[in-house]
Design a protein around this ligand. Structure first.
Ligand code: NAD
Length: 260
């Protein structure tokens, strides 16, 4: 379905982003992988996508908190594998701490990566998408784009910001063939959540098992983690013609969390 298109998925060396970039490659898109990790593992992942799906795949190790590098990343990726038709803003980090103790550098990092980086990638890919008359922008937001939890000031602020950005981009791109939506996952068991389990256990003085049962899945009525593959399948659907009239939507995939 996505043959001839190119997709950039930020933060796609791990977790949700890795599942999304794999699903889009499987659908025939050329892909740009971004994020950090072991260089040999990333190269094996990149080369595997090329051989398994017969597509082009490029890896950019760009640190997206450095906004001056984002333009170059997109220019290089576009010349290697083609101009970006599908952008998935997915890279994100978390920090859990009471607001009075919230480290200023963590606030700056989370706002830079989880919010401002998406503004920069969007502004650099929009000219091509408008010219082509087709583009799909998907922001991996969170249930925390819709509701709050204590101890996550920067994350909740950034994700609510992404919700607003999603709506503005949807309106500006609507008559140019662009669609911009945010997927709002509940808890997905990925390395990011592993870190959060440990941090929450520490900040609340309870065990990691208690965090999973009483804190994380307490909010999720199905009492089950979402899977990265479910998010990836949904992202793929948002690139399909069936989703052409879904625009500016904040779409929960959270087992009923925000229904409460
Ligand atoms: P993860 O930790 O598994 O992956 C994060 C990715 O971002 C990695 O590829 C990492 O290398 C990359 N990254 C980190 N810092 C970066 C930087 N400065 N520049 C470029 N890349 C960077 O996390 P995940 O759980 O897969 O989360 C992915 C997205 O989904 C995040 O935006 C997160 O907020 C969101 N989300 C996750 C959950 C969850 O429960 N896991 C729930 C809702 C939303």
């Amino acid at each position: 379905m996505l043959q001839g298109k190119t997709a950039l998925v930020t933060g796609s060396t791990s977790g949700i982003g890795k599942a999304i970039v794999t699903r889009l490659a499987e659908a025939g898109a050329n892909v740009v992988i971004n994020g950090f990790g072991d260089a040999d593992e990333i190269e094996a992942f990149r080369a595997g996508l090329v051989t398994d799906h017969g597509i082009k795949a490029h890896y950019a190790n760009t640190d997206l908190t450095k906004s001056d590098l984002i333009d170059d990343m997109i220019a290089e990726a576009s010349s290697e594998v083609g101009p970006i038709d599908i952008l998935v803003n997915n890279a994100g980090v978390q920090h859990v701490s009471p607001i009075e103790e919230f480290p200023e550098e963590k606030w700056d990092l989370i706002i830079a990566l989880n919010l401002s980086a998406a503004f920069h990638t969007i502004r650099f890919v929009m000219p091509h998408m408008k010219k082509a008359g087709w583009g799909r922008i998907i922001n991996t937001a969170s249930a925390h784009a819709l509701v709050a939890s204590p101890y996550k000031a920067a994350y909740v602020a950034a994700k609510h910001g992404i919700a607003g950005l999603t709506k503005v981009v949807a309106l500006e791109g609507a008559t140019h063939g662009l669609r911009c939506n945010a997927i709002c996952p509940g808890y997905v068991h990925t390395p990011l959540v592993d870190g959060q389990i440990a941090d929450t256990a520490k900040s609340r003085g309870i065990s990691e098992e208690e965090v999973k049962r009483d804190v994380l899945l307490a909010a999720q009525p199905t009492k089950e983690f979402v899977t990265s593959e479910q998010i990836a399948e949904f992202a793929h659907f948002l690139c399909s013609p069936a989703a052409d009239q879904i625009n500016g939507a904040l779409l929960p995939v959270d087992g009923g969390w925000v229904a409460q």
